[in-house]
Design a binder for this molecule. Structure first.
Ligand code: ZN
Length: 313
């Protein structure tokens, strides 16, 4: 199969362009096919490349080797979904291109979805396609810091905690790559505590060897293997002067969480952080982000409902 949309680097830049390009199920299925199988169909059962497009089932291929039938959405985040592909594409486009993203409630109303739960599931599944499994670690000069995110429960207002103790709070570690004084990519991770073990695991998972790490003088950042560190003694100095970019990242994160979600819950917190980072890292390429989201989603194992609603421990 060949690309039918011409230049691959061209992504829809407006709602009108998006609407005309993805007006039909077959246009969406074709786009998805190309993201999932860029070199042509590959049977997930036996690896065979030859297949027939079935006439009786929508966008489903029957393997010439083993006879297995595979739809273009099987094994992707859209697996077994009853929603039209056009709805999925709209949701992906709105989530990826809105500068602040979109809540399930907003999505429900924008797409005219009958049930809030349907909109919530769409958002939850798309959010799981917001981490590129092949992303490169941060490198060069990287600022790192930690923060505490106030969370809400069903009936309680937002808890605003103080101090570095983690009891009953959501702790988040963050890192941001600085290139010539300009922030580039970021990482955010839910951590269990601000101790050496948690901080080392976060930093080593986020940065490349020989990264120049800039932190405050919190002792947990000491002696991270393979990482050079510039500790800034904060003391009386305000955090926004010592570590300006992580400070800004955290305050944007908190403002976003309050503005779009009226505060985050403990459930699925990491996925919300992934959503924030996905958008932050693509803030200058929002329209390409739509393509990235579908590309990752085409290779992401679907999460069943009971996993999506699993409560944080
Ligand atoms: Zn096969």
């Amino acid at each position: 199969m060949r690309a039918v949309f011409g230049d691959e680097s061209r992504f829809p830049r407006s709602l009108i362009e998006f609407q005309s390009r993805f007006a039909t199920e077959s246009a969406c299925a074709q786009y998805l096919f190309e993201r999932r199988w860029p070199q042509g169909f590959v049977c997930p059962g036996c690896g065979e490349g030859r297949a027939w497009l079935l006439k009786t089932k929508a966008f489903t291929y029957e393997c010439a080797g083993c006879g297995r039938q595979t739809s273009v959405t099987a094994g992707t985040i859209m697996h077994a979904s009853k929603l039209p592909l056009t709805t999925w594409f709209w949701a992906a486009f709105l989530m990826a291109t809105h500068s602040n993203g979109i809540s399930a409630l907003q999505l429900q109303s924008q797409l005219g979805l009958g049930a809030y739960r349907t909109a919530w599931m769409l958002c939850a599944k798309l959010r799981r396609a917001m981490v590129n499994p092949e992303r490169e670690p941060l490198c060069g000069i990287v600022e790192a810091d930690e923060t505490i995110i106030p969370f809400r429960t069903k009936n309680d207002p937002i808890v605003v905690p103080a101090g570095r103790s983690g009891i009953g709070k959501m702790l988040v570690a963050g890192a941001i790559e600085i290139d010539g004084g300009t922030p580039r990519r970021a990482r955010l991770k839910v951590i269990e505590g601000f101790g050496k073990q948690e901080i080392h695991a976060f930093v080593l998972g986020a940065v490349a060897p020989q990264t120049q790490l800039v932190t405050d003088d919190w002792p947990s950042y000491q002696e991270i293997p393979g990482v050079r560190r510039n500790a800034i003694t904060v003391g009386a100095m305000a955090a926004h002067i010592a570590l300006p970019w992580t400070h800004r990242l955290f305050s944007n994160l908190k403002r976003w969480a309050l503005g779009v979600y009226h505060g985050l819950r403990k459930t699925n917190l990491q996925h919300y952080l992934d959503e924030f980072v996905f958008r932050f890292n693509r803030r200058r390429t929002r329209h390409a982000a739509f393509d990235t989201l579908l590309r990752i989603g085409a290779h992401t194992t679907p999460a069943p409902y009971h996993v999506l609603i699993r409560k944080a421990a």
